[in-house]
Write a protein that binds this ligand. Structure first.
Ligand code: 2HG
Ligand code: ZN
Length: 470
């Protein structure tokens, strides 16, 4: 095929992968829900090459599937099964372009892993607060294309909130470059917002300028057993009232989530000797020398009203970085624990913060009324109103068969309750292939029409990541 020869001439034959053995890993998503086939995988080595690759594809009317770290949960980076789509991998665009310690900004290419971007900020004495379990392999381009959330959204916001500038290659190969990183710029439509969260359907993000923050002097981490889900959000309000915006994370684990992860991580000591029904991992940042050596005493004081009120039943403080990381491992490994148990039916809902307890209660009751032996694995970013309401098949049944028979009904119920409570069916993992029908169902009317109009305006040939999102 002529275009493949042109691509090879452009990026080098070694970076146009054609054999199935080479393209395989680019054609299966992280959860192995989708198995596609690619015409080829092309790996441009510079942003200029990316521009020219996309111009060639546009001229040849070739569908393009942008591919980052492939850690997404919704099939957003997987080609379809036609074998006619070109996967464009951003992995070689892995340069740190600039770091500005005065403006506190970091400019990176799209293929830089989140961990490498964090390390670059750290080396400059600053903090890139975006963080998540997959940070060793997920890439900035994918983080922005899916508007990733992660573990510190409560304080720092999502990937969108951390983006000051963006460079995007449009479907026809034109470069839209706005990497200045200005904190104020009111010159018409803020176009970068269109591409953040667009899942590669409007163009390919090639670089970004991200906001950095002062590095905290210390993090304080408390793992608490709480009375119920409502106590978790009330506790957060209490702690925020005392510590203001320094609270960075408020993560929830149900008893089942905790039991699963404790069974997986046999080397991590459980925080409590008895089992509780609900747990919260709370973390806040300290700056300057406000606390000093009396930190533990201050924390005890901070927690004494919620303990007296019966909201907090027990709590442990991390006294060292090692203890802190051990507590975080409990939270971060819940997905791995589910996987080890044969996988879960995953949900990624959000509701207004004041409704989370009601949501979890109502959804649990309705699910268990219909499937009494279902194993609920509820956990997540409760401080953001975002709960992973995951569900494991009854232990006595085959997980795959159960999912085939009941998965759709279970998910419909989980999503419907979120919708009726003013929530979202996709709080952080995006839409991709997996939730496209849900977007059509729930976004509906003018919102969907506006999205389609934007898509048609920027990608009239429908070449960008076809079949995803819309
Ligand atoms: C997390 O919060 C991730 O750990 C994954 O978003 C959630 O696996 C999941 O369902
Ligand atoms: Zn999550």
């Amino acid at each position: 095929m002529r275009v493949l020869q042109d691509l090879a001439a452009l990026v080098g034959a070694a970076h146009v992968l054609g054999a199935e053995s080479q393209t395989d890993s680019y054609c299966v998503d992280e959860r192995a829900l989708y198995h596609g086939r690619a015409l080829a995988v092309v790996r441009p080595g510079t942003r200029q090459e990316l521009v020219r690759v996309m111009s060639l594809c546009h001229a040849a009317k070739l569908a393009m599937v942008p591919h980052g770290g492939n850690t997404g949960y919704c099939g957003g980076a997987t080609p379809d099964s036609s074998g006619s789509q070109l996967v464009i991998s951003l992995e070689r665009l892995d340069r740190i372009i600039a770091i500005d310690t005065v403006a506190a900004t970091l400019t990176v290419e799209a293929g830089v892993t989140l961990a490498d971007a964090q390390a670059a900020a750290t080396a400059a004495g600053l903090l890139l607060p975006l963080s998540m379990g997959s940070q060793g392999s997920c890439q900035i381009g994918g983080n922005l294309s899916t508007n990733a959330g992660g573990l510190a959204v409560l304080r720092y916001g999502t990937a969108r909130d951390l983006t000051l500038g963006l460079e995007v290659v449009l479907p026809d190969g034109r470069l839209l470059s706005q990497l200045q990183g200005l904190r104020k710029d009111n010159t018409g439509y803020d176009l970068k917002q269109l591409f953040i969260g667009a899942e590669g359907t409007l163009g390919i993000i090639s670089a970004a300028t991200l906001k950095l923050f002062p590095r905290p002097r210390a993090m304080q981490t408390v793992f608490a057993a709480v009375r119920d889900v409502g106590a978790a959000t009330t506790l957060l309000s209490h702690v925020r009232a005392q510590l203001g915006d320094n609270v960075t994370s408020c993560e929830y684990l149900s008893a089942n989530a905790m039991a699963q992860v404790a069974a997986l991580l046999t080397d991590v000591q459980r925080p409590f000797t008895v089992e509780y029904a609900h747990y919260v991992l709370l973390e806040w940042a300290e700056f300057g020398d406000r606390h000093g050596p009396s930190a533990a005493h201050d924390i005890e004081q901070l927690f004494s009203p919620p303990i007296a009120d019966g909201l907090v039943l027990d709590a442990v403080i991390a006294h060292s970085e090692k203890q802190r990381l051990a507590l975080w491992r409990l939270r971060e490994n819940v997905p791995a624990a589910e996987k080890a148990l044969g996988g879960s039916i995953k949900h990624d809902i959000s509701v207004p913060l004041g409704e989370v307890a009601e949501y979890v209660g109502r959804t649990s009751t309705q699910l268990l009324a219909r499937w009494p032996t279902l194993r609920l694995s509820v956990y997540g970013h409760i401080g953001d109103g975002n709960v992973h309401f995951n569900v494991l098949a009854p232990i006595e049944l085959d997980a795959a068969a159960f999912k085939r028979t009941h998965g759709a009904d279970i998910s419909a119920l989980v999503h419907e309750i979120a919708q009726t409570m003013g929530g979202s069916f996709s709080a952080e993992h995006g839409v991709g292939l997996l939730k496209r029908d849900l977007l059509a169902q729930y976004a509906g009317g003018p919102r969907l029409e506006a999205m389609r109009a934007i898509k048609d305006a920027l990608d009239p040939g429908g070449l960008m990541n076809p079949g995803k999102l819309l």
